[in-house]
Design a protein around this ligand. Structure first.
Ligand SMILES: Nc1ncnc2c1ncn2[C@@H]1O[C@H](COP(=O)(O)OP(=O)(O)OP(=O)(O)O)[C@@H](O)[C@H]1O
Ligand SMILES: CC(C)(CO)[C@@H](O)C(=O)[O-]
Ligand code: BAL
Length: 286
């Protein structure tokens, strides 16, 4: 697996693969890779002949006071994991390579409505930063398909919308969330947790699962269900950012008649913000 740092080298390597008739898959990441990322690369490797991954901690999607500076940078270990997972080319650009003219005058891509609420409410500008960098990366790599994790459910919805709305000929694949044995969704930010907080964190997925189970059993008093679980999260020591039930396909608030639902949560453990979600289609076999 080669690592390239410039757009020029990236384009040359992708052009070589294309000239050999290969289909291109793409997995964008921020690095500090775990088995969740490896699953995305493995899915791409099943579908195409040439898999490109990127590692770029994108300043444009971090708000003031967020963890941009302390976000873990672990390039050598990441290269090894990508190789094992079946990646052919890693693009690891600098901030100057991605934003050679700075960020203030950078053209932005924004996806209204889907970017509002949930993570967009507590991270203003976040999804504009994501949509902008993903659009740039898509134009640099020009893949046939790209794979994203369902763990970042709202992000996946934003990316599906931008590809649709901007007529990009790229198939977007959403991969299920890879979890630790105790249910906690793998995330680079889990590394910030103390031992004590790591032991508490699985309560997030337990709460989502309990809500899903209650809805499956016929409970439709969503405010009551959410309030109960909010109390549980807070009793366990988490500070809730949001806990919501939305329509799975468009993220609009769910009504009692909706059958295809997603339950989404974001909460703080100390200063670490964790997110998770559970897709619940009441018409699908359990
Ligand atoms: N547990 C997981 N299972 C499947 N995909 C995942 C998982 N965690 C992250 N991803 C996906 O990997 C891609 C890159 O995400 P990113 O590098 O931000 O990882 P992360 O572990 O979610 O980091 P962070 O803790 O900063 O949110 C995204 O498409 C994201 O949805
Ligand atoms: C998609 C992404 C790589 C864009 O910076 C990032 O938001 C992430 O890691 O999910
Ligand atoms: N995992 C999504 C990227 C972010 O939190 O900035």
């Amino acid at each position: 697996m080669n690592t390239v740092k410039t757009v020029r080298e990236l384009r040359a390597a992708v052009a070589r693969a294309r000239s050999e008739g290969k289909r291109i898959g793409f997995v964008p990441t921020m690095g500090n890779l775990h088995s969740g990322h490896a699953a995305l690369v493995a899915k791409a490797a099943q579908r195409v002949d040439f898999v490109v991954a990127s590692i770029f901690v994108n300043p444009l999607q971090f708000g003031a006071g967020e963890d941009l500076d302390k976000y873990p940078r672990t390039l050598a270990a990441d290269q090894e994991k990508l190789l094992q997972a079946g990646c052919h080319l890693l693009f690891a650009p600098s901030v100057e390579e991605m934003y050679p003219d700075g960020m203030a005058g950078q053209t932005r891509v924004s996806v209204p409505q889907l970017s509002d609420g949930l993570c967009g409410a507590s991270r203003p500008g976040h999804f504009e930063g994501v949509a902008t960098v993903v659009s740039k990366l898509f134009n640099m790599v020009q893949p046939d398909l790209a794979v994203f994790g369902q763990k970042d459910y709202q992000q996946l919805a934003v990316i599906r919308a931008l590809v649709h709305d901007l007529n990009m000929p790229i198939q977007i694949i959403g991969e299920p969330t890879v979890r630790a044995a105790d249910g906690l969704a793998l995330s680079s930010r889990n590394g910030y947790l103390s031992e004590e907080h790591r032991a508490i964190a699985p309560v997030l997925y337990r709460s989502l699962s309990q809500i899903a189970q209650a809805i499956r059993e016929g409970e439709r008093d969503y405010p009551k269900l959410l309030a109960e679980q909010q109390r549980q999260l807070e009793a366990a020591g988490l500070r809730q950012d949001y806990l919501e039930i939305r329509q799975a396909q468009n993220l609009r608030p769910a009504t009692f008649e909706d059958r295809d639902l997603v339950i989404l949560v974001a909460a703080y453990l100390g200063s670490t913000r964790l997110i998770d979600n559970l897709h619940l289609n009441l018409d699908a076999p359990a």
